[in-house]
Design a protein. Structure first.
Length: 275
């Protein structure tokens, strides 16, 4: 049974998907940015289209990071993404179009990522090729609606679907706030392109420490990014608040600007740091 692009979108949105984009598998070959073994057809040779689905990370909870509250939001979004991707894959297969999905993370434990800090497939590049956004300084995908505050999953299918156009104009403004506030100082600027050199092991090691405290993941780079209409929705457009956070809380943990974040960081985890 033929399935249209709009029907696929309807299924995904009814399951909780918010951002949906479509890319032909050939786009990985056209751009040549991803190594051949990490392209969709290398993972499943029948792939003709990749459907990328995103759901937002809600900013006020993200701003409490590192906290158990952000952990719970992160875990909830992961569960939703995997479930909707699986159910969409079954829907397509039931209608005669083979489909599988690649999980949103796909590594067994953070210590594995420390040893091998590369995923088997990049949802960031998939989302770029599906027209959902552009890749910013800190290697995250930026969207106009939510900035980098989106989690993704990818569905591979043998069904040919009309692709969405790739966004050509960079959304990253290269403000440098993510570099300045990165706890692991993982980013080094490259003059020839927006995307920084990233020390993935340093980033993974920091996450491993947070994992022991039950406050994983970090999320600072997506927290502080000024891009995204969600900042207006949540009335959070003052980057100075992030830049002064560490010094202000160290001086006064009851600083009224941060008291609600500090409150949530004090509860539900083994961590004793307040920023």
């Amino acid at each position: 049974m033929a399935v249209t692009k709009e029907e696929v979108k309807t299924v995904i949105r009814n399951l909780g998907g918010v951002l949906v984009g479509f890319a032909p598998a050939s786009r990985w070959d056209e751009y040549g940015e991803v190594e051949p073994d990490y392209r969709p057809r290398s993972i499943w040779q029948e792939t003709k289209s990749v459907i990328v689905v995103g759901i937002p990370v809600l900013l006020p909870i993200l701003e409490t990071t590192p906290s158990i509250n952000y952990v719970e939001q992160y875990d909830t979004s992961n569960i939703l993404l995997d479930q909707l991707a699986y159910r969409t894959s079954v829907y397509l297969t039931e209608n005669g179009h083979g489909a599988i999905f690649f999980p949103r993370d796909a590594y067994g434990d953070i210590q594995i990522l420390v040893k091998k800090p590369v995923a088997g497939f990049s949802h960031v590049f998939a989302a770029k090729y599906a027209g959902l956004g552009t890749i910013g300084y800190s290697h995250v995908l930026l969207t106009s609606k939510y900035g980098p505050r989106v989690r993704y999953v990818s569905i591979f299918t043998s069904l040919e679907l009309e692709p969405d156009p790739v966004i050509e104009k960079d959304l990253c403004i290269k403000c440098g706030i993510c570099q300045r506030l990165c706890p692991s100082q993982a980013f080094t600027t490259r003059n020839e392109q927006i995307i920084a050199i990233m020390d993935k092991k340093a980033c993974a090691n920091h996450h491993a420490r947070l994992r022991k405290e039950h406050r994983y993941p970090c999320g600072i780079c997506i927290k502080v990014c000024p891009v995204g209409d969600d900042r207006k929705v949540f009335n959070s457009q003052n980057s100075k608040l992030y830049l002064e956070e560490k010094e202000a809380i160290a001086k006064n943990p009851d600083d009224p600007r941060y008291k609600h974040w500090v409150h949530l960081r004090k509860h539900g985890s083994n961590g004793d740091r307040l920023f």
